[in-house]
Design a protein around this ligand. Sequence first.
Ligand code: SF4
Length: 192
Amino acid sequence: MIRLYMTHEGTEALGPGIRYAVWTQGCLKRCPGCISPKSRDLDGGYEMDELLLAQEILESEASGITISGGEPFLQAEALCSMIREVRKVRDLGVCLYTGNLMEEISGEWESQLLELVDVLIDGPYMEELNDGAGLRGSSNQRVFDLTGRYASEMHMYGAQGRKTEIYLSVDGSATIVGIPPVGMQGKVWQVE
Ligand code: SF4
């Protein structure tokens, strides 16, 4: 089972092409100005069979998967299973955001997950370094092209300007998918 904060079936705001976005639930860091504070509670969110998640991804139109959180590496084993299940059918690329530094990533499942990732964006969110650049939250975060799959699209990361998508629900709540522009954190980033 995997514990999730939310998923979104098709976004163009979280990496190359159309992506299936997965936000895992649970994070031990407490970055001031955290973009997604409701995703930090280790017991929050909801549980799902990771193989069912893989099936849902395969039924979508997504050309790739973006994984964020929460902290994805806290659920490395389930994410490995999910990605491998997807790739039995379609060789989808994976972009992953972690609050850890790449050098800090260790452990059997964590290392296996790293081997499955094409683009890694690492490091904690630092509010004072939020410069508005695309596809990352703050300038301390590094972007690693681990496999070359997205080599021709790496210019998107750190380029000026952010793309965000806002989805309104009938109950009046709003969800932003993407890295919110400077000053927007904590204002409309919520899923009720
Ligand atoms: S690593 Fe991400 S989810 Fe965790 S506290 Fe920092 S910004 Fe929030």
